[in-house]
Structures are given as C-alpha cells and as structure tokens.
Design a protein around this ligand. Structure first.
Ligand code: COA
Length: 250
C-alpha cells in the first residue's frame, strides 16, 4: 500500500541514526563491497564525511516509518551529489526510490545547486537514467571502477516533477499511480536540527539548514584496495573504510 505521507529529513534520535547506518551497511556495503568480494570495504558509521556540515545524511520516512536513506552533499561550485542511496527491501519497487530522489533533487535546487551527481551501482544505472541522469564523469566522482558516475542538470526554480517532464521520455507516476507530491512532506528538514545552518551556498534557504554533529576531522587511513581518494567517492556508492573510527555519526 502506498504511504500517505513521505518525509525526507535528518535523523532525530540515536535510534534513527542506527537505522540509517544499518540500511547503508546491510543494503549497500554488504551487497556491493563484501569482505571477500573484489571491492571489499567495511562500512564506517563514523566516517568524517557524515560530519561535514555541507553533507546532509537524510532518512526517508513513509507514514513515519523509516523506509530508506540517502545523503545529499552540497558543493560550493553549484553541484550537489546524492550518495548512499538505499531503501529497505520492503519499500522497494513502488515508486519510493523515485520519490526520495525527487525530494533530494528539490532540496538541492532549493539550496541553489545547478546539477545533481551520483555514483550509480551498475545495476541501478537504469533507475537514474529514467530520472534524467546521464553517464559521465564529474569532479570528485568515485574512482572505484564499480561505480558509474552520472549527472543531471537541475532546471532552475522548478520542482523535480515539472523539471523532469521536458527532458525525460516517460512521466514519473503514470505507470504505478505514484505518490502525489501534494501529499508528501517533500524536503522538510526538522527545525530542531538547525543548529549550524551552514549550507555553503549563499542561496540556501533556512528550511534547508540541518544541524550536523561537530566536524571532527581526522586522518583517513588507507585500507585495502580503497585509496583515500576512492573512499571519498565510494562512501557515496557504498564504500568507506576507517577501522580507527571511534563514534558513529549522530
Ligand atoms: C535503487 C532503489 C533506491 C530504487 O528504489 P525503488 O523504490 O525500488 O525504485 P522505484 O520503484 O521508485 O523505481 C522508479 C523507476 O526506476 C525503475 N527502476 C528501479 N530500479 C531499477 C533498476 N535497478 N534498473 C532499472 N530501472 C529501475 C523502476 O522501474 C521505475 O521506473 P518507472 O518510473 O518508469 O516506472 C532501491 O531499489 C534500492 O534501495 N536498492 C538497493 C540499494 C541500491 O542499490 N542503491 C543504489 C546505490 S547507487
């Protein structure tokens, strides 16, 4: 059954953070980067990128229940990047992935981003392609050969649904009676997590301001086949690898 409400927002409690980390670990890292696979990488819940105030780890809540997660990174040069995109299995295949991506897209646009980038897993390229992304390398994209860098331009001032209508051949929502965006809490970020409000883009609106834990920079150890550079990009498609982590991102 389709949820009546959808919300994409920052985690508000330790339990919600735990759920975010669990979804990433179970459905991205354990699947795409298992210890004995060609690209092993251990999930790091204390990865410093999650503490960067320009990066927004977000949860998708469907009727109040955690359904999935992604992180939206806002770059100073007008790009935004969606990373660590996953839904729990029970929530897949019904349009929530597309809705979550649209909500992130609207957030990125509201923050002034002009393009949205992703490192897609090979099996998910079609999902992004249907949402207007095209393969192509972008600055800072993952150097992990597993990932497929993709990007799309964000039309100014248009929410994702209208912006997508022109360039994409198929209209989202037609085939499966998708969520009506009038009914979803698209892009709402909680007022109680607005401590820092440090979107680097000057056009950021107050509603986009999410609080992040204090940034605690620390050295990024080299580990296995994941170089520090590929780790940065790969934490997006799933990889991370910091065995010296102390505390998970909260
Ligand atoms: C990728 C994911 C978020 C998609 O969410 P979803 O709810 O299953 O997808 P939706 O139902 O919203 O699908 C939206 C559209 O993409 C298509 N689609 C979904 N997954 C696809 C895939 N793997 N390949 C091609 N098309 C796909 C759907 O057919 C649908 O098309 P339509 O709008 O024309 O009908 C979800 O499957 C998931 O969490 N997968 C596991 C984690 C993962 O692989 N993450 C990707 C990291 S890059």
């Amino acid at each position: 059954m389709r949820p009546r409400s959808l919300e994409l927002r920052a985690p508000r409690s330790d339990a919600e953070w735990d759920r975010l980390h669990a979804i990433r670990k179970l459905f991205i890292f354990d699947v795409y980067h298992p210890p004995h696979g060609p690209w092993p990488c251990e999930y790091d819940p204390a990865h410093p990128d999650d503490r960067d105030p320009a990066n927004k780890p977000l949860l998708l809540l469907a009727d109040g229940e955690v359904a999935g997660t992604l992180r939206l990174d806002l770059k100073e040069d007008g790009r935004a990047v969606v990373r660590l995109v996953a839904l729990a299995p029970g929530f897949r295949g019904g349009g929530l992935g597309a809705s979550m991506l649209e909500m992130a897209e609207d957030m990125a646009r509201a923050a002034g981003a002009r393009s949205l980038c992703v490192n897609a897993q090979p099996g998910v390229v079609g999902f992004y392609a249907r949402r207007g992304f095209a393969p192509g390398r972008w600055e800072g994209c993952s150097s992990c050969p597993r990932g497929v860098p993709m990007a799309k331009a964000l039309a100014e001032g248009l929410p994702a649904r209208e912006a997508r209508a022109a360039p994409t051949p198929r209209r989202h929502g037609a085939s499966k009676g998708r969520l009506d965006r009038a009914t979803v809490g698209a892009g709402r970020l909680p007022a109680d997590r607005t401590r820092e409000g440090v979107l680097r883009n000057r056009t950021a609106r107050p509603s986009m301001r999410t609080a992040q834990p204090p940034h605690q920079p620390r050295p990024h150890p080299k580990r296995g086949p994941c170089s520090p550079r590929s780790l940065r990009g790969a934490h997006s498609s799933g990889m991370s690898g910091s065995p010296t982590s102390t505390a998970p991102a909260r």
